[in-house]
Structure formats: structure tokens, C-alpha cells
Design a binder for this molecule. Structure first.
Ligand SMILES: *Cc1c(COP(=O)(O)O)cnc(C)c1O
Length: 342
């Protein structure tokens, strides 16, 4: 390894790596993509992505194994989700094979930046699909850019496996009932900046959003899904059309059942019933599993397991998931995609 990086102390920050993948969609089809050293996008000032939010993104990671090989975790699921998001925003789908090849090429070209095994750090990949071109009316773009860039990252929430506290704010929603909550689009994040700032200024890690229609049920954190563990061994997570379907969450639902013997439940999670949980966490590619210490809602502060220690079930789920991602534990069929380094 030739690059000098303090792998143990990486946060979640942009780093300009040597290569990224770039492909154009023009005249109704995807052109051949290339790896480029140019980290700046050159687009029309009238691009629909800039004005009307016609854009989508993804997030996935490359993991260095003990043997030194590099692997991706369920990238085909990210490809499929980007296709669903593209459908919702009238953008052309990026074919799964194009998506997977782009991710692999970017990892391979920047392989010196895939953190060493044992540091806990990973290479975060950011696929991005944007509508470009000379259009000022509100309609879908005719040209698109699909790009994938990458950077080494450590923890997303400051604590890692240290629990942190979250805030429920009734005055803000991140998505509408039949809006774009289930699509991975920047607009949802723009809407979350102000509530996120309020929460952080009060010392919370982030916001837990409630269902926008009734404000009685937990939906998700602005960048991660919610789960709770009940005393009788259920792994419970909210089901709602305005939640972003987290690949990590669906992986945990599977692992909870098949590896830990828990009962997986997707359903309503009422704020009034938070007492049923003996542990809770936020999960996502960036967050991995971040234990939720406590939740503030109005005057009420609810502690799940402990404000300072991760609960035993959350820890087992974390070990199982990361063990699979880093290649130490056998993965369910199809979850791991190796990156050939030749
Ligand atoms: C990306 C994202 C998640 C996490 O999804 P993963 O597939 O697990 O990374 C959760 N919530 C929102 C709003 C997201 O954008």
C-alpha cells in the first residue's frame, strides 16, 4: 500500500481519489463509460438535476478481507433500488450490469485507498444519476450522467458502536405519504438539513422521523432505518411507503431470523409503544448499526438499553453483519461480490 492515510481515524468525509467512472445517456441510450481523473462535472446551467431535483444516488461499500481481497456487499440490490428510484423520477434506468461494472472498475482503479482489514474502515462508493441538458421547463431531462466515485470512510455517527441519542420533532417531516420517501433522492436530504441541524445543535446524533400522516409511528432516521428488539425476541422494524428501503435493514431482518433465531417483524412501530423495546438501533450502509441510546420526544426521554453501552443483541447483529461484509463469516448465497484485481 502506497498511500499514507490514518485509517483508524477516518470519519465520513469527502476525499478526492484518483479515479471515478462517468457515463452519458444521450439519444435514448447509455454511451460507453470511462474512468476519468477529472473530479468536476461539467453540466448545463439549466440541468433539471440542479433546478428540479431530478437526481438520485446510491451508497455502498467495498470491504478488504483478511486475505487482502476486496469485496462488495449486495451491489445488485443497490442497482435495483437505483432503477426503482429512476422510475419514480422519470429517469432512464442504469442497467444492473453497467452499475456493477462501474462500481468494480472504480474500486479496482482506486484499490490503494481500500482501507486495510482490521481498521474497521471501508471504501464508500457513491453512484450518482443526474438529469442534465438545456431544459428550463418542468419536464424530464433528455440527457443524463451516471457517475460513481469513492472515498475511504470510518464511522458515520460519531460514536460507532457507542450508543447515541436521537430526537423526534413533530414539526418536521422528511417525506410525504405518497411522495418520494422511498426513493433515494437528494430532495429528501435537502428537507432533512434543517431538522438535522436543530437536533445536532441540541446534542443529538440525528432526527427520528414519524409517519407524515399521523405522527404516531416511527419511520426512520434521515439516513438510516430504525429497528428495535423486544424482550420476547422480536427484531422489529417499521413498514411504510415513505421509508427508504434499506438494504442493511433487509439484511438484518434475514440475519436476525436465520442466524440469531429472532422473530423478524415489519410493521407499525408506535411511539407510544417504545417501552416494548429492550434495545434499538439505526442501520444503513454508512451507519452500519448505530445503537440508539435514548430518544427525546417533547418532554419525554426514553432510554432503550443504555446510554453508554451497546445491547447484547445489537452487538451480535453487528458482529454477524460486519463479519459477513469483511469475509470472516459465511455469507448467505449471492450477498458477496468479489472485485477482481488481476
Ligand atoms: C440510503 C438510506 C438508508 C440506508 O439504506 P442502506 O441500503 O442500508 O444503505 C436509510 N434511509 C435513507 C433515507 C437512505 O437514504
Amino acid at each position: 500500500m502506497t498511500v499514507k492515510i490514518d485509517w483508524e481515524n477516518l470519519g465520513f468525509s469527502y476525499m478526492k481519489l484518483p479515479y471515478r467512472y462517468l457515463a452519458y445517456y444521450k439519444n435514448g441510450k447509455w454511451e460507453q463509460g470511462v474512468l476519468t481523473e477529472d473530479a468536476t462535472l461539467h453540466v448545463s446551467e439549466s440541468s433539471p438535476a440542479l433546478h428540479y431535483g431530478q437526481q438520485a444516488f446510491e451508497g455502498l461499500k467495498a470491504y478488504r478481507t483478511k486475505k487482502g481481497t476486496i469485496q462488495l456487499f449486495r451491489p445488485d440490490e443497490n442497482a435495483k433500488r437505483l432503477q426503482r428510484t429512476a422510475d419514480r423520477l422519470l429517469m432512464p434506468q442504469v442497467p444492473t450490469e453497467l452499475f456493477m461494472d462501474a462500481c468494480k472498475e472504480v474500486v479496482k482503479a482506486n484499490q490503494d485507498y481500500v482501507p486495510p482489514y482490521g481498521t474497521g474502515a471501508t471504501l464508500y462508493l457513491r453512484p450518482l444519476l443526474i438529469g442534465i441538458g438545456d431544459i428550463i421547463g418542468v419536464k424530464p431531462a433528455e440527457e443524463y450522467i451516471f457517475t460513481v466515485f469513492a472515498m475511504p470512510v470510518g464511522n458515520y455517527f460519531k460514536g460507532g458502536l457507542q450508543p447515541t441519542n436521537f430526537l423526534i420533532q413533530d414539526e418536521f417531516d422528511r417525506a410525504a405519504p405518497n411522495g418520494t420517501g422511498a426513493a433515494k433522492v437528494g430532495g429528501n436530504y435537502a428537507a432533512s438539513l434543517l431538522p438535522g441541524k436543530t437536533a445536532k445543535s441540541k446534542g443529538f446524533s440525528d432526527v427520528i422521523y414519524l409517519d407524515p400522516a399521523t405522527h404516531t409511528k416511527i419511520e426512520e432516521v434521515g439516513s438510516a432505518n430504525f429497528f428495535g428488539i423486544t424482550a420476547n425476541g422480536q427484531f422489529m422494524t417499521p413498514k411504510s411507503p415513505s421509508i427508504l428501503p434499506s438494504i442493511t435493514k433487509y439484511s438484518l431482518l434475514y440475519l436476525a431470523e436465520h442466524r440469531l433465531g429472532l422473530t423478524p417483524v415489519e410493521g407499525d412501530v408506535f411511539v407510544a409503544d417504545l417501552d416494548q423495546f429492550v434495545e434499538a438501533g439505526a442501520c444503513g450502509t454508512a451507519a452500519v448499526i448505530s445503537p440508539i441510546g435514548g430518544v427525546q420526544h417533547g418532554e419525554a426521554f426514553h432510554v432503550f438499553y443504555s446510554e453508554t453501552e451497546v445491547g447484547p443483541v445489537t452487538k451480535r447483529l453487528y458482529d454477524e453483519l460486519t463479519g459477513i461484509q469483511f469475509g470472516d463469516i459465511e455469507a448467505p448465497e449471492g450477498w458477496i461480490v468479489p472485485v477482481e484485481l488481476d
